[in-house]
Design a protein around this ligand. Structure first.
Ligand code: DP6
Length: 333
């Protein structure tokens, strides 16, 4: 090869309204349940992948610093998958810029692996449709399958007895959703979390006596959530999402040893969200693998909700709306 093939892509995080928690296949990243999310229009990750025929290892720079250890291993393993599919051997130089705090339960891996999947596919000349791209991103981080698409997105777990389980587990847009809502992101802690979601999921599946019940509850939550999105019914969407998130956290707290991501600051935000509802503001919370809380509300109420969250926490609060799917920015030789 002379010169180098390069591609750049951008993708945004997504916040699950029906959570993904637990893998039935760690290698293929196949979940036990379907999940459903909203892609945000804030905190994009931009990633460039350039092939380097002379290099004997991948080099990965994240926000200006060389990646090492587990983050480097994950990116390299992902590139191996792309190389394998493309029938290529060249190593790559990966440069990624996050505007979302990494590892703090703000879904940096979702936008991160969605952008990496698109950029790596471009650089290695792997042509794939959006569904295939979402299956590829899934292998980097489960939730990344959803960030390939904008708006409301459902990720199908795929039938357990599917002939090709990898093929059956992909994300796609919820095309009949009739809701436009805001997501107010309360950034309580920007540092990396103590237990990775990968490890926490593993522990929950292996030891939590509530896990099976959560899987069953999540299935019916998803059916009702899809109906509520179709009806454009924010109150039902919000209350199902909040209940689903609390269920996920209760399930992991019942693991041995317990996994606890929520802090006193999270509890204060949750109390404020309840308070807003008592005042008649339509606002519901959801929380992921970290203390941060995201509040789903009507767009005209978002600034008021954000002000209240700032007053109670003194933290950074960002108002997000529905955002776009992963997009290619540049490609060349
Ligand atoms: C709580 O997608 O980060 O945010 O597949 O192990 O990389 P891995 O996990 P990841 O988990 C996200 C979990 C969650 C819920 C969700 O986004 O659905």
């Amino acid at each position: 090869m002379t010169g180098s093939e390069q591609a750049v892509a951008v993708a945004h995080p997504n916040i699950a309204l029906i959570k993904y928690w637990g893998k039935r296949d760690e290698h293929l990243v196949l979940p036990f349940t379907d999940s459903l999310s909203m892609t945000l229009d804030v905190f994009p990750t931009t990633t460039s992948v350039r092939l380097d025929a002379a290099a004997d290892a991948d080099s990965v720079v994240m926000d200006g610093l060389p990646a090492r250890g587990e983050p480097l291993r994950r990116v390299t393993a992902f590139l191996d998958l792309v190389r394998d599919r493309a029938g290529r051997r060249e190593r790559a130089v990966v440069d990624t810029h996050n505007t979302v705090p990494v590892g703090a339960g703000l879904a940096s891996s979702a936008g991160g692996f969605a952008a990496l999947a698109l950029a790596a596919a471009g650089a290695y000349g792997l042509s794939c449709d959006r569904r295939t791209l979402s299956r590829l991103a899934r292998r980097g981080s489960g939730s990344a399958a959803r960030s390939v698409f904008g708006g409301f997105v459902v990720w199908h777990a795929g039938a357990v007895d599917a002939r090709d389980p990898d093929d059956a587990s992909y994300a796609e847009p919820v095309t009949d959703a009739r809701l436009d809502a805001a997501m107010v992101v309360v950034v309580l802690e920007a540092g990396p979390k103590s237990v990775s979601s990968r490890e926490a999921m593993r522990r929950t599946v292996a030891t939590s006596p509530l896990y099976k019940e959560w899987v069953t509850a999540s299935r019916s939550d998803l059916v009702r959530m899809r109906e509520a999105l179709r009806a454009g019914d924010l109150s039902t969407v919000g209350s199902i999402a909040e209940h689903n998130a609390f269920g996920m956290h209760a399930t992991m707290e019942a693991a041995a040893p317990p996994v606890r991501y929520l802090t006193e600051a999270s509890a204060a935000v949750l109390a404020e969200v309840r308070g807003l509802r008592e005042e008649g503001v339509r606002a519901w919370a959801t929380m992921d693998a970290g203390p941060n809380v995201k509040v789903l509300c009507d767009i005209p109420d978002a600034d008021r909700v954000a002000d209240r969250m700032r007053a109670v926490t003194g933290s950074r609060v960002v108002v997000a709306r529905s955002g776009p799917g992963a997009a290619a920015l540049a490609e060349g030789r």
